[in-house]
Structure formats: structure tokens, C-alpha cells
Ligand binder design. Sequence first.
Ligand SMILES: [Zn+2]
Length: 226
Amino acid sequence: MTVLSDRMEDYIKVIYLLEEETGERVPTSAVAEQMDVSPPSVSSMLSKLEERGFVDREEYGGATLTEEGELVALEILRHHRLLEQFLVEALDYDWSEVHDEADRLEHHISERFERRLAEVLDNPDVDPHGDPIPDPDLELPEETEARRLTDLAPGDRIEVTRIRHRGDEELAFLADHGIRPGAQLELLEEDPFDMITVAGENGEETLPRRVARLVEGEAVPEASTE
Ligand SMILES: [Zn+2]
């Protein structure tokens, strides 16, 4: 693979994730917010990435990844997600404390290490947060239809299958509120101040919508309450 700096790889990953989330080209301001830098520094990085053929930009239309850029993103996500799985399975980390560690390590493992990691873990399809792991050819596994916690109506139940995240802080917050992959949740109510109340394994929990929207799951019929 072409040699890119960690920073460049992070930009490519952020563009991929933002585009995946919104289904649209990514505005500079969104990248700036994610990377916690000023829009002008994002612009200058995006120019470099465009020159190298990873990013395609339109003046007012935001950025998207080229095919080559997408392959870089999938390769890093494969590293990241395998590492997260490894930290949980082999090193006894909690699912809510592996992201930042994987963020640091993902740039530094060799292809050989990646292969061994996948073998030891028995080639998993998903990581501990339910994020799909690209296969060795960088193809993503087929995804099942999931519903966002914030799209439910009161009384709807889901079993959590995926928690999107950008850092351990969000994950720890959710874990503290009894929300984890595999948990069953029922939406109780949404208030006008953007707070959402759910019934979970530890009883009622109230969360800001901004965090609740990271949680996805499969619908659970009412009868299967445990
Ligand atoms: Zn992660």
C-alpha cells in the first residue's frame, strides 16, 4: 500500500464514515468538527489528498473518496475493527474501552499481523460494537436491516446490534446507562428537549438524542421480554 501519514489515513477514514452515515458528499466543516481542527487546515489536507488521488472535491459540493481512497479507508477499518475484537477477546478489555486503543494501533500493524489477527479471531464479520469488518479483499459483509433507537415509536423494542462511535467517551457513557450490544431496549418517550427515555436492563434511562442516535438494533416482538 502507498505510504500515507497517520494523519492522512485518519482524514480518509473520517470522510468514509461521514459519507456512510449521511449518504452524501462530506462538507469541509463536518470534517473540521470531527478532526477538531479549523476548516482551512482541512482544506489544505484535502488538497493534498486530492493531488494524490484519494479524494474528489467539488467547490461547493463537499468531498468524496475516490475508489483508491475508499480502499485505504476499508483497510484501516479492517485493522481497527480486528484490533477492537482482539482487545476484547484476547486481552479482556471491555467493549466500551477499546476504540481509542485501536485508533492508535490501526496505522501500525503489518499485513502479516493483520492476517494472523484475523486467523486467531476466526475471521469475524463484526467487531464488539457490531460494526462490520471488511474481509481480506476489503469487501464488506452483507448487513442486516437495523433500526436506529431515535427512529422508534414509543413502545417499540429493539435488541442492540450496533453502536456507532467515534471515541471511548460515548461508549463509556452508553455502557454506564446499561446500553450495550445484545441489550434489549424499549423506547418509552422523547421529550421536546431532545432527551430520550428507554427501558433497559437496569430500568429507565434518559439519554440525549445525540448519543441515542448512535444505537441501532433489530426489532424485537413484544412477547419476548425477558
Ligand atoms: Zn472503534
